[in-house]
Design a protein around this ligand. Structure first.
Ligand code: ZN
Length: 526
């Protein structure tokens, strides 16, 4: 008996090793593609595109072949318990990988999910979606430039149809929008997301109304002027130094649309510099720091498996928003950082921390453009996109109705009506990529940021004094301990529950914005 048991353990270990090696190969192919993608945005000469497109497409098919190969399916089935059927596992209360160590079971769970999704969609459909969105991009761009929705509409219709078909292959019985949402946010269910967004809409619309009616006179020109690019870059490096970015595992470059990418060993940041927007470059650098800092905090020994990968988009965005908003848009941060900024820009000599704080938190209540929105109105831009794309995918809204519905919702939620589709429904690139289900992760990330920040302060005490002194180790230590080091070990609701003691909730975000903006704008009812 003992010998049999030992033999069976040994063979399971061997199976897991073979499985892990395959997972690592898939991950390495993906990470190599990530570096090529970074290079394309940051370094590559303009005419490099034809070769780069082929290189990326080749890597993508190698990764797809490795993942969907029969051998992957066989290894998964063996690790999940061979002949044991799902229902008997359920009856005995075991997880799908009941015999494995819990970390190994988490890796199996994550790869099983990807395997099931990728094997259920025919490759021709994946290629058709990819080709259609490649063609959609120039059409969208021209439509936006010429303010001509009709030019983009037929392609958008086709993308909606294709994505619906895609969802149908994955789960013909499910709400297709829920299936698409799960591509970006696999473990938060759509009902939870809808509930959070609904609460944001119900509470932010009156709060923004009150801000619009306020007589408060915020100082908004603290950062007016022209600021040299090289000095802005030096200041962006100061920001990253100050927050604790690990330069041994990262670098800073510029990109027109800032992003960060990489692995725990090499997590890079990009930012942008515009002569008249110093504040924008500072906040964008802090935002990307939050993403890269999460990546740098993933465990080294998990590299190459889901244990060393970030948990999905909302959690990633919670990290960038936490640093950008809860730290970078706070009073104590400006008390700490303004003297550093003055070293680079003596013209800020007369700006006070309070003025910097007010400038960083001004509500742009007549703004139509999502990427220029403030911390408060931002979420209504997201709610509008969420509602429209959900109804499109469910077949409750026709593509031809989008411009009108878009404008009506802007009027209803934000009190502004776009005069053109270019500054209305054509402003974002996402739908031209076929990305339906993505937008809400921005808002879910902000909501989670507030929840995590509140939980961290519960555990560690108020961070204000530390931030004022430029000390961020305690906050970062809490994030490392509760979020970063876990990678994808826990599904998102469990990760959130373990870190904060409750499920995802908008409570903390609403309390935070109501108190912050109530005070800034002298609002009686807040
Ligand atoms: Zn982000």
């Amino acid at each position: 008996m003992a010998t049999d048991q030992a033999r069976s353990d040994a063979s399971e270990a061997d199976t897991y090793d073979r499985f892990e090696e395959r997972v690592q190969r898939i991950s390495n192919v993906g990470n190599a593609a990530g570096i090529l993608g970074w290079d394309q945005e940051v370094m590559m000469p303009d005419e490099g595109t034809p070769a780069r497109a082929q290189q990326l497409s080749t890597l993508s098919s190698i990764s797809h072949e490795l993942l969907t190969a029969d051998e992957t399916g066989e290894l998964l089935a063996e690790l999940e318990g061979g002949e044991t059927t799902a229902s008997s596992r359920e009856a005995s209360g075991e997880t799908a990988s009941g015999d494995l160590e819990s970390d190994q079971a988490a890796v199996v769970r994550e790869i099983r999910r990807r395997y099931d999704r990728e094997t259920s969609v025919p490759q021709e459909l994946v290629e058709e979606i990819s080709a259609t969105s490649s063609n959609a991009h120039p059409k969208w761009k021209q439509a936006k430039e010429e303010d001509d929705f009709e030019h983009f509409a037929p392609t958008l219709e086709k993308l909606v149809d294709l994505k619906r078909e895609y969802a149908n292959h994955i789960d013909p019985d499910a709400d297709p929008y829920a299936v698409l949402f799960a591509d970006y946010e696999p473990y938060i269910d759509l009902e939870t997301a809808e509930r959070v967004l609904e609460r944001l809409r119900e509470n932010l619309v009156p709060l923004i109304d009150a801000v619009q009616d306020s007589d408060a006179d915020l100082t908004t020109d603290a950062f007016a002027g022209a600021f040299d690019d090289d000095d802005q870059e030096a200041l962006a490096r100061d920001v990253l130094d100050s927050l604790g970015y690990d330069w041994g595992r990262g670098r800073l470059d510029t990109a027109p649309h800032p992003f960060s990418s990489g692995t725990q060993f090499d997590a890079r940041v990009t930012t942008r510099f515009e002569e008249d927007d110093l504040l924008g470059s500072i906040t964008s650098t802090i935002h990307e720091f939050g993403h890269a800092n999460y990546t740098q905090g993933l465990p080294d020994d998990g590299y190459g498996t889901p244990l060393g990968e970030a948990r999905d988009l909302s959690v990633h965005e919670s990290q960038s928003r936490l640093w950008e908003n809860h730290v970078g848009r706070s009073r104590p941060f400006w008390e700490h950082f303004l003297p550093i900024a003055r070293e680079r820009f003596p013209e800020l000599e007369d700006v006070t921390p309070e003025e910097a704080y007010e400038a960083a938190n001004q509500v742009h209540d007549d703004n139509l453009i999502r990427v220029e929105a403030d911390e408060l109105t931002y979420h209504l831009h997201i709610v509008i996109r969420f509602e429209i794309e959900r109804d499109l995918i469910r077949g409750d809204l026709e593509v031809s109705e989008v411009p009108e519905v878009w404008n009506d919702k802007y009027e209803e939620y934000l009190g502004v009506r776009p005069e053109t589709d270019a500054e209305g429904c054509l402003q974002d690139i996402h739908w031209s990529h076929g990305d339906f289900g993505y937008f809400s992760t921005y808002s879910l990330g902000s909501v989670l940021a507030a929840q995590l920040y509140a939980a961290a302060e519960d555990d560690c005490g108020d961070f204000d004094d530390g931030i004022r002194r430029g000390e961020f180790d305690e906050l970062n230590g809490w994030l490392r301990e509760n979020i970063h080091r876990h990678g994808k070990r826990y599904v998102t609701p469990d990760l959130i529950e373990r870190a904060t003691g409750e499920g995802l909730t908008a409570d903390h975000f609403l309390a935070y914005v109501e108190s912050k903006y109530g005070e800034l704008y002298d609002l009686e009812d807040y």
